[in-house]
Design a protein around this ligand. Structure first.
Ligand SMILES: [Zn+2]
Ligand SMILES: [Zn+2]
Length: 413
C-alpha cells in the first residue's frame, strides 16, 4: 500500500500560521547533564517492567504558595511502552529519609474536563491532603494514564528508590480506585482515517464518547492519537494524545461555540501554580457551560510544544533566577514556542468546525484558527486571577504581554 504524502510537507502553509521560532536544524532540546536535569537514577525494577528513569527534576511552585518545591518527571520504559509519571514532593533530602506521606493518582482526561469519573475529585483530594498535612515530607505520585494496575506498584517502588525514600505511609483515597472513562478509552478506539498535521499524523481516533460533568450535564469526548513524524521533533514522545471535549450544538449557525486550544500543563494539573494554565482551563469550562456550546481542546503540547523535560528545565531557571519564561528560554537556547496548531486543521476538517468565539489571549492561536479556515467571530479574553498565582506566573504573564504575542489580559481596576 502506498503511503499517503503529508500535505503539509510541500505547502509550507503552517509556517505562516504562527510566529514561532523554529530551529530547522534540530528541535531536540534533549536533557543535558547537570544538576537541574539529569538522566541518572536508573532503577532496574525487573525484566517484566523494564526500568524507571529520572528524566528531569526542577523547582515548581505549588498551590497557594510562593515557596518552590521540587517536582520530578520519571519515565518507565518497559518492553513496548514509555510512560511518564510525575512526582511532586515537599521536604528536604534529609526528611525524605524519614517516613513520607504518599498520595497516588492515575492521570485521566476526566481531570482536565471536570468529569464525574471520580478522577478530578480524587486529584483535588490528594493534592490538598499531600500539600497541607503535617508530615515531615510528602509526595504526590501521578501515574501515566496508560499505567495498568500490576504495573503501578513496581513503578512506585522504582520512584521511591530513585528518590531515596525508605518508609512510606500511604494516604487513603477512594477505595473504588479505577475509572470507567479510562477503561472506555482503551477499548473505544477505532482506526478512522489518517490525518496529517505539520509534524505528525493522527492514526487513531476514539469513538465519540458521551461523558458527564460532575454536576450531571452531558458532553462528548474524542481522543486523537498522533504519531510525531520525526524523531527530532517528538521530544521523546512516541504518541501524542489530544483530548477534545464537545459541549452542546457546535454547528448552530446562529450561535458559534466557544473554542479553546489549551496546551496540556501537567504540572498545573497536579497542584503547581508557576503558571496560570489550570485557572484558564477552569475558566473556559465555566464559560462554555454558561454559553451552552463549546469545544475544549486539551492538546498534548507540554511546555508550548517543547516537551515536559525542557519545560522542567525552563521553569527551574525561571524560578531560581527570578526571570520569566522568555529570559529562561533564551538562556537555555530554546525557542519560545514551537506549537504548529495542526490539530485545529484536523478538527476543522473532521468535525466541521467553521466558526468559533475564541477563548484565548494568544494572538498566534487566533491567527492559526483563521489560517486553518475557522472564522473567529469574537475573541474572549481570559483574565488572570492574580491572587491565586505564584510570582513566577505573574512575571510570565507580564512578559507575554510585553512580547506583543498576547493581548493585555491583566485585570483592569
Ligand atoms: Zn477518570
Ligand atoms: Zn502551565
Amino acid at each position: 500500500m502506498k503511503e499517503r504524502m503529508n500535505p503539509y510537507e510541500k505547502s509550507g502553509m503552517y509556517r505562516s500560521a504562527v510566529d514561532f521560532a523554529v530551529d530547522d536544524d534540530g528541535m531536540a532540546f534533549l536533557p543535558r547533564s547537570g544538576e537541574i536535569v539529569n538522566q541518572q537514577g536508573i532503577e532496574r525494577i525487573g525484566e517484566q517492567f523494564g526500568v524507571v528513569q529520572i528524566l528531569a527534576t526542577g523547582l515548581q511552585s505549588t498551590e497557594g504558595e510562593d515557596h518552590p518545591q521540587k517536582m520530578t518527571l520519571f519515565a518507565s520504559r518497559g518492553k513496548d511502552n514509555h510512560l511518564h509519571h510525575y512526582a511532586f514532593w515537599y521536604g528536604s533530602e534529609r526528611e525524605r529519609q524519614r517516613e513520607m506521606l504518599i498520595g497516588t493518582i492515575q492521570e485521566c482526561p476526566g481531570m482536565y474536563f471536570n468529569l464525574d469519573c471520580g478522577c478530578s475529585q480524587r486529584r483535588d483530594h490528594v493534592v490538598s491532603s499531600v500539600f497541607h498535612q503535617d508530615a515531615d515530607a510528602s509526595l504526590l505520585l501521578s501515574f501515566d494514564p496508560e499505567t495498568t494496575t500490576p504495573y503501578r506498584l513496581p513503578v512506585a517502588r522504582g520512584v521511591f528508590e530513585a528518590l531515596g525514600i525508605r518508609d512510606v505511609q500511604y494516604l487513603q483515597t477512594n477505595p473504588e480506585y479505577g475509572c470507567d472513562l479510562q477503561r472506555r478509552l482503551t477499548t473505544e478506539r477505532s482506526l478512522h482515517q489518517v490525518f496529517y498535521t505539520p509534524d505528525g499524523r493522527i492514526v487513531v481516533k476514539s469513538h465519540d464518547m458521551p461523558v458527564r460533568f460532575i454536576d450531571g450535564d452531558f458532553a462528548r469526548m474524542i481522543v486523537y492519537e498522533e504519531q510525531p513524524l520525526s524523531e527530532r521533533r517528538s521530544y521523546g514522545q512516541k504518541i501524542k494524545r489530544h483530548y477534545v471535549l464537545i459541549y452542546g450544538d457546535i454547528h448552530d449557525p446562529n450561535k458559534p461555540p466557544i473554542a479553546r486550544y489549551h496546551s496540556s500543563c501537567k504540572t498545573a494539573e497536579h497542584g503547581g501554580n508557576a503558571c496560570d494554565c489550570r485557572l484558564q482551563r477552569e475558566k473556559t469550562l465555566q464559560m462554555i457551560r454558561e454559553h451552552g456550546s463549546g469545544i475544549l481542546i486539551y492538546a498534548d503540547e507540554e511546555g508550548m510544544g517543547l516537551g515536559a523535560v525542557n519545560k522542567f528545565w525552563q521553569t527551574h531557571i525561571t524560578i531560581s533566577e527570578s526571570g520569566d519564561i522568555y529570559k529562561a528560554r533564551d538562556l537555555l537556547d530554546m525557542p519560545s514556542d514551537v506549537r504548529t496548531y495542526g490539530l485545529i486543521d484536523v478538527l476543522h476538517r473532521d468535525l466541521r468546525i467553521n466558526r468559533v468565539s475564541l477563548a484565548s489571549n494568544n494572538r498566534g492561536k487566533k491567527q492559526a484558527f483563521e489560517v486553518f479556515g475557522v472564522e473567529v467571530v469574537e475573541s474572549m479574553h481570559l483574565r488572570a486571577d492574580y491572587d491565586k498565582l505564584a510570582k513566577q506566573a505573574r512575571a510570565d504573564i507580564l512578559a507575554k504581554i510585553a512580547s506583543g504575542r498576547y493581548d493585555d489580559f491583566t485585570p483592569k481596576s
